[in-house]
Write a protein that binds this ligand. Sequence first.
Ligand code: URA
Length: 254
Amino acid sequence: MTPERRAAYLDALGIDWYRSKHVGDPPDLTVPASAEVGRPIATATTPPVGQPGSETSVPVDPTGVADDVPNEWPQLRSVVASCQSCTLGSTRTQAVFGVGNEAADLMIVGEAPGAEEDRRGEPFVGRAGHLLDAMLTAIGLSRTEVFIANILKCRPPNNRDPQADEVAACRRYLERQIALVSPRLLLAVGRIAAHALLDVTDPLGRLRGRIHETESWPAPVIVTYHPAYLLRTPAQKARSWQDLKAVRKLLHTQ
Ligand code: URA
């Protein structure tokens, strides 16, 4: 995509900030000295993520995907579509499976479908989704190049926070999706996704700016703000851009 086309796209969305930061040279990601979880994201010398010999090398196989969860996309989609493992199965309009490149380098994990996603059956298609698209555009990616999924496949009523039993019931589907996509990098957007992926309860600000490697996932996890939060708190876009810049760097480092 040419810079002009990207700029026109962002203009159409009314999001100037990402355009100007992308066209210019955004600041380097800084790491809070007090951060304790994960390791700091390095600067230009960061080794390729997940490569043997790099500090980010992790086991390829995710652990613990239940045997009864299909390991082929059509069957997995079908099981998710008819899932009644938790009470959300009776309140949703439809399950929102996920979308994008099934062999993506970058997999984005959000929280749960909202009203628009529940209606349309696709993640991140509401206002927050438009901002997520713009964030991806700013690092030269589109939603067709990444894979986007949520911690929960079904919308919680009134957009309330997911409950622990719902997260637990849905986890095996996300585990299988991550195993099938086998991304090089996972991007957790928002507190709920970060906590569920990393099995921690630290404030999101403490989880940003780190590369998180856990035995649960076959790829490192980067944490950033949820686009819905950025819509409410645009001042934090500067920090989210630091995170995106780190994602771009990690994906492009060979
Ligand atoms: N917020 C999310 O976390 N996921 C969606 O799909 C939509 C909004």
